[in-house]
Ligand binder design. Structure first.
Ligand code: NAP
Length: 489
């Protein structure tokens, strides 16, 4: 582990952070704590919070329990539920950013369009024409950020209101309206549970059925929250217990033959058996194994699907008409509102920012086949450019906050090496990245994710773009950079 260099002998480093979501807030706070105060955060939106700012659909919550989905340095005694709703999570990130002085460092409403390595420094240019140079760039640009809008014929002719789930139009009335939702991922399931009873008629357009893990979401009582306020150790204990449980889940999904994955399958099956109508139950039954797609968690999805005004549409979508959605069986499903809960491009890391590394090499060319990075955090030929939650980063269904904290503690050690003045440039070797990638691809073949389903986890080769080992191994590998894996200048 690299020791923190005393400020008196440090080379002052100018740091740019791209993105003020969960990871960008974290990086800015940690840089400040380590004494790096020359930090500029570039945020294209007008608020911090990233995915929790963008996704405001009804029913939004996080399927990682709130006391685990919190920064380790900012436990929150005020969480209202085991899985707290999205607006609370968004307010939490804003509060942490405000309390830790992040806001003053953010340039809002200005996206980075170019990021170029020239003569040993990163030259950044924003959409509004602002330019500046930095020693270090942290790309905290998120994983699931760019919505996939399906190319449904006639979508632009729809007479009602249509939008992607990540661009919810709150001016649209959903109460007593005829609402259609395309998709059955985590997003669509949460929307369904929230809207089924509010819409006059609700149609769920299912291309592929999902396994659903039943998970109650109890509220924390006023007494419990009062207790949490006075007992930080108790909060940390809850966090650690949850981390252990999610660690077990992460170990289960990387081994398709594990007892853990069999148990998950059993729990999902029992949940499906609660659907009373046998015909509906069969239409909701997936034809692949539980955990193959990212597992959906919901206590009340099946209940919502059994409401009298709710219809499961399994015929494929043919086109969109001015009146609604027409399926290939010729049926027109009349709608006032059409929600596309159709997911995100999971391979669009850092894009569309143009990044040019050593020797004028474009990142877009390096990633022409697919994005890749050494341990998800750094790329050969792109010195002093570090990513949080970069390519192949997710670990099981683990909290992305804990993944980000672990990755950034690793990155900080590289930044400390730059601060000694001993090195001006650090980037991983191609050999280290290639060796890591071959081991990763080989290990991923044992996981549940490759047992026969389509999901955003899979890259164009059908290889899961994830960490295919245990969370303990992730912690071990990320504890300290291996000097042999990096080249220095
Ligand atoms: P998703 O899991 O990628 O699901 C997209 C859905 O849209 C799938 O059911 C897909 O069908 C369907 N679809 C896509 N294109 C279609 C088309 N042309 N016609 C018909 N159906 C189409 O997206 P998501 O639900 O937004 O979730 C993405 C990820 O975000 C989650 O896996 C999770 O990691 C995260 N998330 C987390 C939470 C949380 O609680 N923490 C909540 C929401 C989202 P197929 O299955 O057939 O491809």
């Amino acid at each position: 582990m690299t020791a923190t260099v005393p400020n008196s002998v440090r080379r002052p480093l100018r740091c740019a952070v791209i993105g003020a979501g969960m990871a960008g807030i974290l990086a800015t706070i940690k840089l400040g704590e380590a004494g790096f105060t020359d930090v500029t955060v570039f945020e294209k939106g007008d608020r911090v919070g990233g995915t929790w700012r963008d996704n405001t659909y009804p029913g939004i919550a996080c399927d990682v329990p709130s006391h685990l989905y919190s920064y380790s340095f900012a436990p929150n005694p005020e969480w209202s539920h085991t899985f707290s709703p999205g607006p609370e999570i968004s307010a939490y990130f804003e509060g942490v950013a405000r309390d830790h002085g992040v806001m003053d460092r953010v340039r809002f409403n200005d996206a980075i369009v170019r990021c170029e390595w020239i003569d040993g420094r990163w030259h950044l240019e924003t959409e509004r024409g602002f330019t500046d140079t930095f020693d270090v760039v942290i790309a905290a640009t998120g994983v699931l950020h760019h919505p996939v809008v399906p190319d449904l014929p006639g979508l632009d002719t729809f007479g009602g209101r249509a939008f992607h789930s990540a661009r919810w139009d709150h001016s649209v009335t959903v109460d007593d309206a005829r609402v259609g939702v395309v998709g059955t991922g985590s997003t669509a399931v949460q929307i369904t549970a929230a809207l089924a009873r509010r819409a006059s008629h609700y149609s769920l357009f299912q291309r592929t059925a999902q396994w659903v893990l039943p998970q109650e979401n109890p509220e924390y009582s006023a007494e419990e929250r009062e207790k949490f306020r006075g007992d930080r150790a108790l909060l940390m204990q809850i966090h650690d217990n949850l981390a252990e449980a999610f660690g077990r889940f992460a170990s289960a999904v990387i081994d398709a033959d594990s007892a853990g994955i069999a148990l998950i399958q059993q729990m999902c099956l029992e949940n499906l058996e609660t659907v009373r109508d046998p015909e509906l139950r069969e239409r909701l039954r997936p034809t692949y194994r539980a955990g193959c797609k990212r597992l959906v968690v919901s206590p009340d999805f099946y209940d919502a699907m059994q409401q009298p005004n709710v219809e499961l549409v399994t015929a494929a979508i043919d086109c969109v008409d001015p009146e609604g959605v027409r399926t290939v069986d010729g049926v027109l499903h009349d709608l006032d509102v059409l929600v596309l809960a159709t997911g995100f491009r999971a391979d669009a890391f850092v894009r569309p920012t143009g990044v040019r590394g050593r020797g004028g090499v474009e990142l877009a060319d390096v990633w022409a086949e697919r994005p890749n990075a050494y341990l998800s955090v750094a790329i050969p030929g792109f010195p002093n450019f570090f990513m949080i939650n970069g390519p192949n980063g997710p670990v099981g269904n683990f909290s992305l906050i804990e993944v980000a904290e672990t990755q950034f503690a690793y990155i900080m050690q590289l930044i400390e090496q730059l601060a000694t003045g001993e090195h001006a440039e650090i980037s991983p070797t191609r050999a280290a990245m290639d060796a890591h990638e071959s081991a990763r691809v080989a290990a991923a073949r044992a996981s549940i994710w490759v047992t026969g389903c389509r999901s955003w986890y899979l890259d164009d080769r059908g290889i899961p773009a994830t960490w295919p080992w245990t969370f303990d191994r992730f912690r071990e590998v990320m504890a300290a950079p291996d000097p042999v894996a990096f080249e220095y200048a």
